[in-house]
Design a protein around this ligand. Structure first.
Ligand code: SIN
Ligand code: FE
Length: 309
């Protein structure tokens, strides 16, 4: 894992080209120039001062751009709720604009996913194994299958006093070579189209959303859990510690780069899902790596369009 720095000059002059994408796809972290993703300091102070009560504990605040809606927040007044929506949507817009300038080959091709605000101290959080952020893992979303798309995230942290501390290792290909078969890659099944239609229909009838997972999504969810529970991987890997300073902005594919967060409070991120065919090097996308190891396709061809969230 390397750190790849993109300068303000490169961004402003539009000369980043494919370099940042290549670095990200290979499992590196791209560090961007410090850049406020907020309109004014008062917006940052508002987020830092937000009081999340016990019932919302363990939840991130999510902003869903397609619905222009915030979930997971405890706000005390309608005014506070409106302000939070405005601040989160402003962050999301700026983060997406920055992403487009750092990764020109992806612009217009990604699917915008959620943005989140992470207001809890990560050190010592008492969470069940699958949700623990302090165990090394690659990301997979239970409720939002990517159908082979990559999970690209732009992070910033607004804590004025304390670094956010990660451990990272990888890239995905090395992990997959070592663990994918042990984690059940050859046994994974996406389910037939008829079965999925029936499950989706049943889900709608009882008012729940049944995610339409491909074999790829199924495997990645299992791989996330497998890695978190694997002692050898947790302790044996050559992990590198990364400290992100207050106000720093960084990006990575969190399904390519194995990561854990050891400490830190008050981070935000914006996620986009990048289809493998939009990548500069689709051959090293996790879906391609896994299909090579499995020896069979893990997503239906042609890959259907992603549904808006
Ligand atoms: C994670 O994706 O595991 C957490 C990253 C973070 O919140 O810093
Ligand atoms: Fe993660």
């Amino acid at each position: 894992m390397d750190v790849f720095t993109v300068t303000k000059e490169q961004i402003d002059s539009g000369t980043v080209g494919t370099r940042a994408c290549e670095a990200l796809e290979a499992g590196n972290i791209v560090v961007l120039p410090d850049n406020s993703l907020f309109d004014k300091q008062a917006d940052i102070d508002f987020l830092l001062g937000l009081q999340q009560n016990a019932s919302a504990l363990h939840k991130n605040v999510a902003y869903k751009p397609a619905a222009h809606k915030v979930t997971g927040a405890t706000t005390n007044t309608p005014q506070e709720a409106d302000r939070l929506l405005e601040v989160m949507s402003g962050f999301s817009k700026r983060a997406l604009a920055l992403l487009g300038r750092v990764c020109p080959p992806y612009a217009g091709k990604w699917k915008t996913d959620y943005a989140s605000y992470r207001p809890f101290e990560e050190q010592g959080r008492d969470l069940p194994l699958k949700q623990r952020n302090d165990l090394m893992h690659v990301d997979a979303f239970p409720s939002r299958p990517t159908r082979g798309g990559g999970i690209l995230r732009l992070f910033t942290q607004i804590n004025p006093n304390k670094d956010r501390v990660w451990r990272v290792s990888g890239p995905f290909e090395a992990l997959a070579d070592k663990y994918a078969l042990q984690a059940g890659l050859r046994e994974v099944k996406g389910g037939s189209a008829a079965m999925k239609r029936a499950a989706a229909k049943l889900g709608r009838a009882i008012g729940i959303n049944v995610p339409d997972r491909t074999a790829y999504d199924q495997f990645m969810l299992g791989f996330h859990d497998f890695l978190k529970g694997n002692e050898e991987f947790q302790h044996g890997e050559q992990a590198r510690q990364m400290n992100f300073r207050p106000n720093q902005v960084w990006m990575c594919y969190t399904d390519v780069l194995a990561h854990s967060v050891l400490s830190g409070q008050y981070a935000l991120e914006q996620t986009v899902i990048v289809p493998p065919e939009a990548k500069v090097k689709p051959d090293i996308a996790p879906v391609s790596v896994l299909e090579r190891i499995a020896g069979f396709p893990l997503t239906p061809a042609p890959r259907p369009a992603l549904q808006p969230v």
